[in-house]
Design a protein around this ligand. Structure first.
Ligand code: SF4
Ligand code: MSK
Length: 629
């Protein structure tokens, strides 16, 4: 007898997902869950991280079982070396993704200052001047254009090989900087650390697992305090620093009577322009002439987060909702930039009238329509994309439309600037609340969905467990939509919090779970940790804070976890990375890093137990600071 197929209720905690999984099934459309089933069981060697394809004397599969014949590769590499190398490359992949995204923002700012674009502008000159001063640009008495030119130059230099540390390391407490210097993991140049990881993991280079892992930490730090931070800060400069606002979330944000355009990926450069084009009166008129009541731009994944944070656009869904959003039958186009975009979206789109539109030269999809967007042609291309979406609306099969739910309210826009302003301009009220134990600690829950875990069960479950314990939760990435759908991103969500946190949320009018942005915006959390630590005169590792990625899947999430740990923040993962084939690497990740950088990973698939572990860490750090548990 074959295995019983899983019910939609086993795959996701959301009713909108259940309805769309059923509809997909009825229409013979495959989803990630179907494909996961076919891929299971996965290759054991790959799962353990002991497959090596780094040269063609292989590929080699290393068994770490005692007495195994295949205990070393053709070159002699053992399981420790292979696992460390694979993990190092995995982290380098994630760091490259975020950091190349950051570089794209520098290029847009460069196009602005060189007059190569009329479509983008400096929206927050105050922030530009402030961060320029932070990275050492002379700002006194100079005009904005000249400051911006120098800021572009400083940011580009952070990617190169001529520096011994990155510009934004000025945000790192002195104790931590000294530790990084001592251990030899101060990030020097973003591209340099990524390239060096590729070099070290070439056959015959770094054949000492602990040494490779240290470079993985340095590589990730170059992302968290470098590429990602540049991405966040320049996005704020160009598109505006987020301030708190209200929006809505879930598949109910897709509107039956509108031309629905979903923006997906990570970088706001394209999606901001799509939003701008969708508001052009002539295009709204065209949409009306086609029979719609208007144009609706909604978000998926992190591009959605970027536009939600700054423009308050609604969020249709997170990673595992991307296929299901199209299954509503009411999506005219999915417009993507890069990262986390399942290639299957092309196929799902082809089952409907939906246009799947790529915009980046570095992220083309076979079968997609391609409208390449650059700073000089952005609005023209965005206009063409919106026009194409209006054409698609005319082809929509109304008989296949099903929008399964009503949207829920969310609150967004908590940049560090907004948090400081909500606190009255200083960190003192937050620090006082922590000292008084009303906010016992802070945990960032970040990252993705993974079909191996019931969608959002752990993202939401962990957030609820933590706020009950008076631990303030900060979210980014795909956890945002999860928290929003669960009612945690509105001030009323504080009803689910412990008494202390409820009191603080009530006094400040904030939710118990704050939305800080997209995946690159985890740099905001790092920056905030740096600010609080400096204010208290301690290292980040002394703070009652933690991080978690309960349902992660991507290389980028591994890089985020690695830079959080290397910055001194204990980090929980709901699933292990592919490292379990090496006891040495596993032990370093779960224990050894504590002695080196003052933090380590924990892996726990039960979110209640994960909450207990994070809570215990916070208790320990509170005692260390002389505070009540
Ligand atoms: Fe095999 Fe060594 Fe080549 Fe890897 S580098 S494929 S372990 S021979
Ligand atoms: S989009 S990296 S699935 S959070 Fe940033 Fe979501 Fe994870 Fe991609």
């Amino acid at each position: 007898m074959g295995k019983e197929p899983k019910k939609p209720e086993d795959l996701s905690i959301w009713q909108d997902a259940h309805a769309m999984i059923r509809k997909a099934k009825a229409e013979s459309i495959e989803t990630a869950w179907d494909r996961l089933e076919r891929q299971t069981p996965h290759c054991k060697f790959c799962d353990l991280g002991t497959t090596c394809r780094n040269c063609i004397m292989g590929p080699c599969r290393i068994s770490n079982k005692p007495g195994a014949k295949m205990n070393i590769g053709v070159c002699g590499a053992d399981a420790d070396v292979v696992v460390a190398r694979n993990f190092g490359r995995f982290v380098a992949g994630g760091s490259a993704g975020h950091s190349d995204h950051g570089r794209d923002l520098i290029e847009v700012l460069e196009a602005i200052v060189e007059g190569d674009t009329e479509h983008y502008r400096i929206t927050d000159p105050e922030k530009l001047t402030r961060i320029a001063a932070e990275v050492g640009v002379v700002t006194e008495g100079r005009d904005l254009h000249d400051i911006a030119v120098d800021l572009v130059d400083e940011c580009f230099k952070d990617f190169g090989s001529r520096r011994s540390s990155l510009s934004f390391l000025s945000r790192v407490p002195q104790q931590r900087r000294e530790l990084w210097d001592r251990v030899g993991i101060t990030p020097r140049g973003i591209d340099r650390e990524i390239a060096e990881m590729m070099h070290r993991t070439h056959m015959g280079c770094d054949n000492d697992a602990p040494n490779t892992l240290l470079h993985a930490a340095r590589c990730a730090l170059s992302d968290g305090w470098g590429g990602s931070m540049i991405g966040t800060e320049l996005s704020d400069v160009i598109f505006g620093t987020p301030t708190p606002s209200r929006s809505t979330s879930n598949l109910g944000v897709i509107k039956e009577d509108k031309v629905n355009i979903l923006v997906h990926g990570h970088n706001p450069v394209v999606s901001e322009m799509i939003l701008a084009a969708s508001r052009l009166p002539e295009l709204v008129e065209k949409a009306k002439a086609a029979g719609a009541t208007g144009i609706n731009v909604a978000g998926l994944c992190c591009t959605g987060n970027e536009l939600l944070m700054r423009q308050g656009i609604p969020m249709a869904g997170n990673h595992l909702m991307t296929e299901l959003a199209i299954v509503t039958g009411a999506v005219e186009s999915v417009v993507v930039d890069y990262q986390c975009i399942m290639p299957s979206l092309v196929t799902v789109s082809q089952c409907y009238h939906t246009r799947f539109i790529t915009t980046a030269e570095k992220a083309k999809f076979t079968g997609a329509m391609h409208f390449e967007v650059h700073p000089h042609n952005a609005l023209e291309q965005a206009t063409a994309i919106v026009e194409e979406s209006i054409k698609a609306y005319i082809e929509r099969d109304k008989g296949r439309v099903e929008i399964p739910t009503q949207p829920v309210e969310i609150m967004t826009g908590f940049s560090n600037e907004a948090i400081l302003s909500a606190l009255g301009g200083t960190l003192t009220p937050l620090i006082d609340a922590i000292k008084a134990g009303k906010v016992r600690g802070v945990v960032g829950i970040v990252g993705c969905n993974n079909p191996k875990i019931k969608q959002d069960s752990a993202n939401v479950g962990l957030a609820k467990e933590l706020i009950k314990r008076d631990i303030l939760v900060l979210v980014t990435g795909c956890v945002t939509t999860a928290a929003g759908k669960a009612g945690l991103l509105v001030p009323e969500g504080a009803e689910m919090a412990g008494e202390g946190l409820k009191e603080i949320c009530g006094a400040l009018g904030i939710p118990p779970v704050l939305h800080l942005g997209s995946c690159v915006d985890n740099s905001r959390i790092m920056h905030l940790c740096g600010l609080v630590a400096k204010e208290l005169g301690v290292d980040i590792s002394d703070l009652p804070v933690g991080a978690s990625s309960p349902e992660w899947y991507s290389e980028k999430a591994a890089a985020i976890g690695m830079y959080a740990v290397a910055s001194g923040v204990m980090t929980h993962l709901g699933l292990p990375p592919n490292i379990l084939g090496s006891e040495t690497v596993t032990n370093i990740a779960l224990e050894g890093l504590e002695d080196i950088v003052g933090a380590h990973f924990v892996v726990e698939d039960d979110y209640v137990k994960a909450a207990e572990l994070l809570d215990a860490r916070i208790r320990m750090k509170r005692v260390g600071l002389g505070l009540s548990e």
